[in-house]
Design a protein around this ligand. Structure first.
Ligand SMILES: [Zn+2]
Length: 444
């Protein structure tokens, strides 16, 4: 990860400040190590009286992310309305900006946000901030929100900085015993040194009050029972709806949600993800599809005809492991492995085994066409534009072979549930892999 590489480049600088901090943390406030970082006598010392403590938040849902803000409205709002974040109290003191600049003898703290790592990063180092701005596309500069001291001095205390390559997150604290505990007994966090110095006294920040918003996502108290019950609708609701569910899954904030459980409608089956267990059989089938989705298929078929698009026929719904073995053998025998496998899945790797896939054809007059006649029919156009309303997506679109591993199959519909299919349609997704933030699966 780029952030890790970036940290590495600074390890020498960090090591120097780390030496001083290690001594402080160990409780030996010896004078000598301070010489490493002691500045030439500062012309003026920052005035502690106008300093205020930052509000500190933690999010398990964002992968052990921490967030620090001096903005009371931000903090109160997060606490009251955003169930992804837990208010942890106030932490180190900083100075607010005065008319857009830092008070005398204080240093700007640059704030960055990474959508990729879903975390904030703070630094007082102008060169580190410059390097991130210019050389690291993973981080968006958010400007300066508050100011700190960059050198130690009377009435100042260290703010310790940690990095976790397990979580891809930074963490800061002025609490020496918390820092000591992380440094000595939590292997997931690497101590990076003293980031800044904070005054030990000053003004108060207005208190964050009232009830916290209900916990979201994997932190929701009901989540484990919803997952145990395979209650897809409740799981999605506990994430705040299909859109936020999708974002959480795709960004790795939904580790409690299985993507390989065939009982859940978003189950991912492709050349990298076989059906699990590989000989899975749906508990109940109706009209060639899993019973839960047979109704939505019938509605779709009825509405296509009602809209004047013509009649749609189901040529293949559920296929067992052994049926798929026969199809795979036939296509590979006919076309060779490479071309055959762009058409037919290996047994255990077909969505048809889930009972959640439907191969449809256009029917009318004298009978039904074949799969290969489906493209360009009025039925095909209607299905492409409307199937999402019934919970179905066209799974293998033109131009997506590098992601899906299959040639375009306008006839192969996959049920993912009506809420998710709407989010898929509204978000303009072309593959289930990109919708779920899963890696491409061009090959076995
Ligand atoms: Zn199919």
């Amino acid at each position: 990860m780029a952030a890790v590489r970036f940290r590495g480049k600074n390890s020498f600088v960090r090591l120097l400040s780390g030496l001083a901090a290690a001594v402080v943390l160990g409780g030996v406030m010896a004078a000598a190590p301070h010489a490493l970082v002691e500045p030439a006598a500062a012309a003026t010392s920052p005035d502690p009286d106008s300093s205020r403590p930052v509000y500190r938040f933690w999010s398990e849902g964002y992968g052990n992310s921490h967030f620090y803000t001096l903005d009371y409205d931000d903090a109160q709002n997060l606490h009251s309305t955003d169930g992804w974040w837990t208010y942890e109290g106030t932490d180190f003191r900083v100075w607010p900006l005065e008319n857009g600049s830092c008070p005398e003898a204080t240093t700007p703290v640059y704030r960055f946000w990474s959508p990729k790592f879903t975390s904030h990063f703070y630094t007082v180092s102008g060169s580190e901030a410059d390097a991130l701005r210019q050389g690291d596309p993973n981080w968006d500069a958010e400007g300066v929100r508050f100011c700190a001291a960059s050198e130690p001095g009377p009435g100042l205390t260290a703010v310790y900085r940690f990095w976790s390559s397990a979580f891809n997150k930074h963490f800061y604290t002025a609490n020496a015993s918390e820092a000591e505990r992380l440094r000595t007994s939590d292997p997931k966090w690497a101590y990076e040194g003293i980031e800044m110095y904070a005054p030990t006294s000053g003004a108060a920040s207005p208190p964050v009050t009232g009830e916290a918003a209900p916990r979201m996502g994997c932190q929701a108290p009901d989540m484990s029972s919803a997952i145990a019950a395979h209650d897809a609708a409740r799981i999605v609701r506990l994430f705040g709806g299909a859109g936020t569910f999708r974002d959480a899954v795709a960004s790795g904030r939904a580790s409690c949600v299985p993507l390989d459980d065939p009982a859940l409608p978003w189950v991912l089956v492709n050349k990298q993800n076989p059906v699990s267990p590989i000989d899975y059989v749906p508990a109940s089938l109706t009209g060639g599809l899993r019973t839960e989705v047979a109704g939505s298929y019938a509605d779709m078929q009825r509405d296509a005809a009602g809209a004047g698009a013509g009649s749609i026929g189901l040529t293949s719904g559920y296929r067992s492991y052994s049926t798929q073995a026969g199809i795979h053998r036939y296509q590979v025998g006919r076309l060779g492995v490479e071309d055959g496998e762009r058409l037919a899945a290996r047994p255990g790797y077909s969505e048809h085994q889930l009972g959640l896939a439907a191969d449809v054809v256009a029917c009318g007059g004298g009978g039904c066409g074949s799969l290969y006649d489906f493209a360009g029919t009025s039925q095909e156009r209607w299905v492409r534009e409307n199937s999402w309303r019934y919970g179905w997506i066209v799974r293998y679109e033109q131009g997506q072979t590098a992601t899906t591993g299959y040639n375009a199959e306008p006839w192969h519909l996959r049920y993912i549930g009506t809420e998710l299919a709407r989010a898929y349609h509204d978000g303009g997704y072309r593959t289930l892999e990109s919708f779920l933030g899963a890696p491409s699966a061009p090959n076995y």
